[in-house]
Write a protein that binds this ligand. Structure first.
Ligand SMILES: Nc1ncnc2c1ncn2[C@@H]1O[C@H](COP(=O)(O)OP(=O)(O)OP(=O)(O)O)[C@@H](O)[C@H]1O
Ligand SMILES: [Mg+2]
Length: 283
């Protein structure tokens, strides 16, 4: 079981935050017509920390990210950055406020090379592209992430899934953000590529960013997250310190059940579970 200091449920207080709060959301609600995607959601992101945002399909995870990315405005609630209340009416404002978002589809241009993708839309010189400066900056960024790419002059279409994810993350870092939001960064990746992306997430934490990663994979969550925030049916359903919680308890918070087929299976395979995989749910 979780304890009062390691988790928050409707009954328990949340764990103490481990550092300086970079971003705070309070009472966030969002409806799409009659669908209540989010109701009264709170979230804190702390500098130098990785938060895993988990929840079943339709729990509201992407909606929360899109509110921070300036894609949808919230209907109610406040967002605070560095102690100041902000409104995020559009993606440009989100980036200007120091929030970087890497969406699941990555939105890279297949035919452009790595440098072209990194600087798409923000070429350094307004009149003439300064190719050398952009290439140098590209290498600096990738080095900062300890990323392994053969060359920055390779078209993105020739890169592996993990390398593409690296390029998308590197691109989001160009604005020198304080907060980075990653929607399912490992969903489409194999074992080695997943390890590469998880390493990269650790580099982001070491660089002092407040990192939030959406994931359905408990193995990835336990590998890199410091805290786990659970959404269920658009509401908060627990905040857990990763050191004090089992996968079983996280899955129970995700499903809202303390004893059902999914949580029993989680108990047996506590370190390798994808809660929304059909195999887990159907068998
Ligand atoms: N643009 C939209 N218009 C209408 N309904 C939407 C829209 N975006 C999300 N929703 C609804 O809001 C709810 C939350 O969706 P959201 O995409 O945030 O869930 P999620 O937790 O990211 O799920 P998944 O794990 O499947 O990605 C769902 O019921 C979804 O159908
Ligand atoms: Mg989603």
């Amino acid at each position: 079981m979780t304890t009062g200091t390691s988790s928050s449920t409707p009954m328990n207080p949340p764990p103490a935050l481990p550092g300086k709060v970079a971003l705070r959301m309070r009472g966030i609600s969002k409806s799409f017509g009659s669908v209540k995607a989010l109701t009264d959601v709170d979230l804190d992101l702390v500098e130098g920390e990785v938060v895993a945002l988990v929840g079943d399909n339709g729990a509201g995870k992407s909606t929360l990210v899109k509110i921070l990315a300036g894609v949808h405005p919230q209907d109610a609630g406040e967002i605070e950055l560095d102690g100041h209340i902000v409104s995020i009416p559009d993606p440009r404002t989100s980036i200007a406020l120091g929030i970087a978002t890497v969406f699941q589809d990555l939105a890279l241009c297949e035919n452009l090379d790595v440098v072209g993708n990194l600087f798409l839309g923000r070429e350094m010189s307004p009149r003439r592209l300064d190719e050398i400066s952009m290439e140098v900056r590209s290498w600096e960024l990738l080095k900062q992430l300890s990323a392994r790419l053969p060359t920055v002059r390779i078209p993105v279409s020739s890169l592996s899934g993990g390398q593409r994810q690296t390029v998308a993350i590197a691109r989001s870092l160009l604005g020198q953000p304080k907060v980075i939001l990653l929607d399912e960064p490992t969903a489409a990746l194999g074992v080695a590529q997943t390890a590469e992306v998880l390493d990269l997430i650790e580099r982001l934490r070491e660089n002092g960013l407040a990192v939030m990663m959406i994931s359905h994979n408990m193995e990835d969550v336990t590998a890199v997250a410091d805290r786990v925030v659970v959404l269920r049916l658009g509401r908060n359903n627990g905040v857990f310190d990763i050191n004090d919680v089992s996968s079983h308890d996280v899955v129970a918070a995700i499903t809202g059940a303390s004893d059902n087929e999914v949580t029993r299976r989680a108990g047996r395979h506590s370190r390798n579970l994808s809660v929304d995989s059909e195999e887990e749910l159907d068998s």
